[in-house]
Design a protein around this ligand. Structure first.
Ligand SMILES: Cc1ncc(CN)c(N)n1
Length: 220
């Protein structure tokens, strides 16, 4: 069993509330109101800036060259992920400069600063556990949606989002994150420590669910 599967099993309710959130269901069915998606996506652009910072912390805290290289690859993957956001927003007439000026929603601040704080206070294992629901969760969600008729329908207004996160490139990022957790776990995890890292994973999963909810709330 991977460390990721163990963490997921220990936080099963929080994980399910995240990956099966109503926002996700509506996204897959193509019924999600556009204002909900727009609020989510604009906030997600800001979110990814802070996630790139969190991965940059992984370079700073790296104990081996391999840690630094993998964190750098993740920073690059996140910066690439933002092209999706810039593309959608350009279609809505929102420029990159406007995106950057958008005030952060509280759910966004809470989540991103929680992850950065986990990395600042702790070691690489704490950081990567706090990052895991984000990186790996989206691959799981999009893979499930892409396997449904409505999720795979090119007429679904969110087909591009589903394709991005269910694609091979993102799957490779998620698999690398699972492998990284295992190698960090081999090096740094003790049974005594499991509860503390599991708490980080559960909290990050709850903050992911709050992030979806922020989008739904924006649509009223
Ligand atoms: C909130 C959130 N969580 C996860 C992902 C996937 N990297 C994302 N873009 N945004």
């Amino acid at each position: 069993m991977t460390l990721f599967d163990r963490l997921k099993a220990a936080s099963a309710d929080d994980w399910t509330a995240y990956v099966e959130h109503d926002f996700v269901r509506q996204l897959g069915e193509g019924t999600l109101p556009v204002p909900a998606f727009r609020t989510y996506l604009v906030q997600d652009y800001l979110f990814l800036i802070h996630f790139a910072r969190a991965y940059a912390l992984g370079i700073f805290k790296g104990r081996h060259l391999a840690d630094m290289r993998s964190a750098l690859a993740s920073v690059n993957a996140i910066l690439g992920e933002m092209d999706l956001h810039v593309g959608f927003c350009a279609e809505w007439g929102i420029s990159e400069a406007e995106l950057e000026r958008t005030p952060e929603e509280r759910a966004n601040t809470a989540y991103t600063r929680f992850v950065i704080d986990a990395g600042l206070r702790g070691d690489l294992l704490d950081l990567h556990v706090a990052l895991a629901p984000c990186v790996i969760g989206y691959a799981e969600i999009a893979r499930r949606l892409a396997a449904t008729a409505k999720g795979a329908d090119p007429a679904n207004p969110y087909a591009r989002w589903i394709a991005e996160y269910s694609g091979e490139a993102y799957a490779a990022v998620a698999e690398a994150a699972i492998a990284k957790l295992d190698s960090l776990g081999d090096e740094l995890l003790t049974e005594k420590r499991f509860t503390a890292v599991s708490d980080l994973f559960a909290q990050a999963s709850r903050l992911e669910a709050d992030f979806w909810q922020m989008g739904l709330d924006a649509a009223g």
